[in-house]
Write a protein that binds this ligand. Structure first.
Ligand SMILES: [Zn+2]
Length: 397
């Protein structure tokens, strides 16, 4: 069966699958189950064996398989295609998020670029391979995961499938291609991240007598100055990755105080520290805390929570042959393709950390992901699918 790529992408965009991003929200647009049900029907139509893996209520990974010439249990090759089902929220969008619209060679809608386009490109390749079954093709597992945008728990659950008896993935895959909008380049390395909250505690007083209180915002401002120096000076001493540059630090939110006439008794910030491949999240967190303490001294009224989000980076140490093959497949599909590094995180790091050489590839630019008028260039959709099909014909050979 040949898949109509534009129709499939339109169908997927029309099915809202918004990630709640850790907030206690409810509404018909949240969670991935509509997309999962659609994919289940599609895999049935393609006559592929598939398995649903519940990660949280209404949040299932769905995994289908195209059997290659030699089963993986008998030494045949096994390749994983992976794309996430969730999108970011739609607040502030200037277009109808779930009414896919094609205009000037682009398809507009939430998730068109990140990553229902990449998912569609993979589904198109899988459908062709399932029909043609070229001799010598590897077994291909198409995994559609939940919760990529807030903590990678779907991909992490996926990596448990291949050690589960009776699961659809007989053993650990030999290689994984993860869909994200890379503008048809092969991403071989990307940064990781660790995020946490930090509180400054003070003592409230009437603002006409500030000496009777302890101003938590003033206290936090000293810490913020120190964090700014961390970003401007300290990170450059931590080394560079050839493709990803140096680590970074940013403070993304701040809140505190009750009213302008009260000395604030609390102030909270959220810190985002990006890691270069090879850096360990716990060590990076500790490094920031030690830097602050060396600058402003130990202060029992400063409290760093444990990280609420951790993602390791993707290293290019283990994925060399896989990347070469994917670059070659893309060039066969007339795509000017090279190996690159990027600053954002992906599911490839979670799959790579489980021991599977992993790369990232997909249509669309990260510049259009998560935007108010998210769109995907449809010529990239077709070319991505062609490149993935060509890779899938022979796998790593
Ligand atoms: Zn994505």
């Amino acid at each position: 069966m040949t898949l109509d790529l534009v129709k499939t992408l339109s169908d997927l965009v029309a099915l809202a699958s918004v990630n709640p991003m850790g907030r206690a929200v409810s509404g018909p647009e949240y969670l991935e189950y509509r997309v999962t049900d659609y994919l289940e029907q599609l895999f049935k139509k393609l006559a592929l064996p598939y398995q649903r893996q519940t990660v949280e209520p209404k949040r299932d990974n769905i995994v289908a398989r195209v059997d290659g010439e030699v089963p993986p249990s008998e030494g045949g090759p096994l390749v994983l295609f992976e794309a996430h089902q969730d999108t970011v929220p739609v607040v502030g969008m200037t277009i109808e998020p779930w009414t896919p619209t094609v205009r000037d060679g682009r398809l507009y809608g939430r998730g068109a670029c990140d990553i229902k386009g990449g998912l569609t490109a993979m589904l198109g390749a899988v459908a062709r391979l399932a029909q043609e079954r070229p001799p010598g093709m590897p077994t291909i597992v198409m995994a559609c995961s939940v919760n990529e945008e807030h903590g990678y728990s779907g991909a992490t659950a996926l990596t448990r499938l291949w050690s589960q008896p009776g699961s659809i993935i007989a053993r650990q895959p030999d290689a994984a291609i993860v869909a994200e909008p890379t503008e048809l380049q092969v991403v071989v390395a990307h940064k990781g991240v660790v995020r946490w909250r930090c509180h400054a505690h003070g003592r409230a007083a009437h603002s006409s007598q500030p000496h009777l209180g302890v101003n938590a915002i003033f206290k936090m401002s000293r810490l913020l100055n120190s964090l700014e120096r961390y970003q401007s000076e300290a990170v450059s001493r931590l080394g560079q990755h050839a493709l990803c540059g140096q680590p970074t630090l940013s403070v993304g939110t701040i809140s505190g105080g009750l009213s302008v006439n009260t000395v604030p008794d609390g102030c909270t910030i959220e810190i985002d520290r990006r890691l270069i491949p090879g850096e360990k999240p716990a060590e990076a967190y500790r490094h920031v805390l030690d830097f602050i303490e060396s600058e402003i001294g130990a202060d029992p009224a400063i409290e760093h929570e444990p990280p609420f989000l951790i993602g390791v980076g993707l290293s290019d140490e283990a994925n060399g042959p896989l990347a070469e093959r994917m670059v070659a497949a893309a060039r066969e599909a007339r795509i000017p393709c090279d190996k690159v590094g990027v600053p954002y995180g992906t599911n490839a790091a979670a799959i790579g950390a489980a021991g599977v050489p992993s790369i990232v590839f997909g249509p669309g630019s990260i510049d259009q992901a998560h935007t108010a008028d998210e769109w995907l260039a449809l010529d990239q959709l077709a070319r991505a699918s062609e490149a993935l099909y060509r890779f899938g014909r022979t796998g790593l050979k």
